[in-house]
Design a protein around this ligand. Structure first.
Ligand SMILES: Nc1nc2c(ncn2[C@@H]2O[C@H](COP(=O)(O)OP(=O)(O)O)[C@@H](O)[C@H]2O)c(=O)[nH]1
Ligand SMILES: [Mg+2]
Length: 279
């Protein structure tokens, strides 16, 4: 009898998202963080599955996760050939989550800027009905700790622009701490997303709002990393602004224009290579 009561209590304490959740952790050179991050996620209630999408990190991050995956069926690794960008890492992770029938697909950084213990709050909001839950720094109760002034300004400007240029209502549309419902990922045409890097987050938020999905922001405290280095570059920052302009002026023939720039660049490369051929 006592055993039965314990079993019922245990079932009652199981979160509703139990065994239905995958968390994608994109990595590039995160060997100082990844082991502790995967362990923290696996220690959460609800048997949260972890997928690390590693872009051939030269520091051996991928091999560290391989080791963990060999003794834990809830840990998965996707090895990609080289640094292909944060946005495409998310896309690859979504494809894995959909193919493996997860209901909730979350994303978070490897560097502990996103607290793994805050993940259940995002999942609770998703299981209460949100299609996209954003762990937000810019709603009451949310904050940023330890960021240099420059990063704060770039983030603030990008979010203001997303609001004024694109009409995005989400206060933190550059946040990478998220939970997506399966139905949303099945509906959004992920192949149509042109952003390959950090600006994927802005584009995805814009598309989710455009499609009328329910987006909920849960306040989080974002803490600047203490281990390893940030991978964001000035090019990524410029691309975020390009993304917003491109989305705003989507009627323009952007694919054609980008194609022209690429083929010019390739021709120039080809010419340089031919000039360098030794005879
Ligand atoms: N797979 C993959 N992960 C990336 C890439 N760029 C950044 N990341 C990861 O994305 C997360 C966020 O990057 P981070 O450098 O911390 O960005 P910041 O917090 O904006 O400074 C970290 O887990 C990185 O390792 C990439 O090109 N490919
Ligand atoms: Mg970071």
């Amino acid at each position: 009898m006592r055993g039965q009561t314990a079993a019922v209590n245990c079932a009652m304490n199981e979160p509703s998202w139990s065994e239905k959740t995958l968390t994608i952790v994109p990595t590039y050179n995160e060997r100082e963080n990844i082991t502790a991050m995967v362990r923290s996620l696996r220690a959460l209630p609800g048997d949260v599955g972890v997928l690390v999408v590693d872009d051939g990190s030269p520091d051996g991050t991928g091999a560290l996760v391989d080791q963990m995956a060999s003794s834990d069926a809830g840990v998965h690794v996707l090895h990609r050939a080289g640094k292909l960008g944060l946005g495409t890492a998310y896309k690859a992770g979504f494809a894995f989550g959909l193919a493996n029938n997860y209901e909730y697909v979350c994303t978070m950084d490897a560097d502990f800027s996103h607290d793994p213990n805050a993940l259940p709050a995002l999942l609770d909001a998703a299981s209460a009905g949100a299609d996209l839950v954003v762990g937000s720094r810019y709603v009451p109760g949310g904050k940023v700790v330890g960021w240099p002034r420059f990063r704060k300004i770039v983030s603030a400007v990008a979010n203001r622009m997303a609001h004024f240029v694109l009409g995005v209502d989400t206060h933190d549309c550059t946040a990478g701490f998220r939970c997506y419902r399966r139905g949303l990922l099945e509906t959004i045409d992920l192949d149509s997303i042109f952003s390959t890097g950090y600006s994927f987050l802005i584009e995805m938020t814009f598309l989710c709002q455009q499609k009328g999905f329910r987006i909920v922001e849960v306040p989080i405290t974002f803490v600047n990393r203490t281990q390893g280095a940030s991978k964001i570059s000035k090019v990524e920052i410029v691309k975020a602004f390009y993304t917003m302009i491109r989305l705003r002026t989507s009627a323009l023939p952007w694919d054609k224009m980008v194609g022209i720039v690429h083929s010019r660049r390739e021709r120039r490369l080809h010419r340089n290579q031919s000039d360098n051929v030794e005879v």
